[in-house]
Design a protein around this ligand. Sequence first.
Ligand code: NAP
Ligand code: MG
Length: 499
Amino acid sequence: MATEKPAARLELVNERMLQFGGKWQYASAPESTEPVKLEKKYNLFINGKFVAPKSGRYYPTINPATEETLAEVADASDTDVDLAVRSARQAYEKYWRKLKPSERAKYIFRIARMIQERARELSILETMNGGKPIRMSRDDDIPLAAAHFFYYAGWADKLEYAFPGRNPQSLGVAGQIIPWNFPLLMAAWKIAPALACGNTVVLKPSETTPLTALELARIVQDADLPPGVVNIVTGFGATGAAIVNHPNVNKVAFTGSTEVGKIIQRAVAGTGKKLTLELGGKSANIIFNDAAIDQAVEGIINGIFYNQGHVCCAGSRLFVQEGVAEKVIRKLNDRIQTLRVGDPLDKNTDVGAINSKMQLDKITELVKAGKDEGCVPHQTRCTLPKKGFWFAPTVFTNVAMSNRIAQEEIFGPVLSVLTFRTPEEAVEKANNTPYGLAAGVWSDKGAKLFKIANKLRAGVVWGNTYNQFDPTSPFGGYKESGFGREGGVQGLLPYLSLE
Ligand code: NAP
Ligand code: MG
């Protein structure tokens, strides 16, 4: 051993570790659920109060890692949505639009601070309801949600400096619909800029992950926001459609699938409602021969297995330059054997539960299509829990551009590996998709990174890293990944008219 170079020694250690089942053994370190006080039943948050739905309907929301019912949640009807929109309208006309911007900012700062104060409880609840590893809700989702409120609170009284020479005006009532992959964070992305710009909101979380949005409603109540400034209605697709179609909504902000985004775009056409769509993706990670390979492998792993691949900008297509393809694939296959899949509340877990049975069926179907089309799967060897929804991290090689797994969004822990010879070929292949949300480029040469980044038709391009988020940086898509930006100064624009 003493005469070996460090890199060779590391390889040997990795090899030995693989012989022992691929994982360092850690004692389990589960986070306690004690800080979370669940109610049996959650009502709608309208006009500053929790009210029973006029529909009289409730549905169970579960923990996808155990299939246990956590609580019953209200299913809002058109009448309930109408009440929420009325309350938002009244709050807009009566208080919020008239409030001094610096006073608006104080409320938003207060929400940010209260999210920080309750961060532990919110992280645990996010993991229980959504299935993502606690490490991620604790280190990413909840801190970033607070950071978004802090950031946009700062803009509330500076809007005229953001757009010099223009006269920024609020729009009115914003109808906001979000998905299940980053429940509280997506709520923050929507609510924080809307409030900072002087609008009031009606927000609908996803049917499978309503609980942190309902806790946010409690925070809004505790922060003493004027009643009706924020309304949160839970339910299914029909509840979302009722928000989109309500004549008194001035702006629609949607994050979710391209399929539903298209329905919403048609519904809003000709109504004068302002629209932003943040939709699906099939993002490319491009690795050049001159990249730092070990870092790149970590980046690929982070890009696709982070949050079980339930990330709109997941690096689900990997393009490797031929000179390093064999090495990268070998290292990837070794690395996936070290991923810990299981209890999302365990602080050692890397890959948690799939969010729903429906999503698991979709992943299973596409992976089968990959195998049927001749692609070769390499999977993490792990025992999946009996209860709950799980999918072992999977890397596919022998993939062609025309295969379904290289074309369609899987939204799960499944990576398709393809190769290229020249930079031109990498760009052409990466852009050959109906989507355009994100991309990653890995190279030792800064000039090459910038050159390639400029040619990629993607809203975000990361250089020698992946899945980095910050409230000051705009995020959004090209083509079928949607339009409009969230985050940064650009994220104010969807919530203002510039006279
Ligand atoms: P989804 O089915 O499109 O649902 C998104 C939201 O829209 C949910 O709250 C959903 O309610 C609601 N909805 C469903 N049908 C509707 C309709 N006809 N009118 C109005 N609202 C309706 O998407 P998902 O399955 O929850 O999320 C996964 C998708 O979101 C992926 O495609 C992913 O790429 C995309 N996504 C994109 C971004 C981004 O920033 N670009 C971020 C996250 C996710 P229900 O929950 O009751 O169905
Ligand atoms: Mg849905």
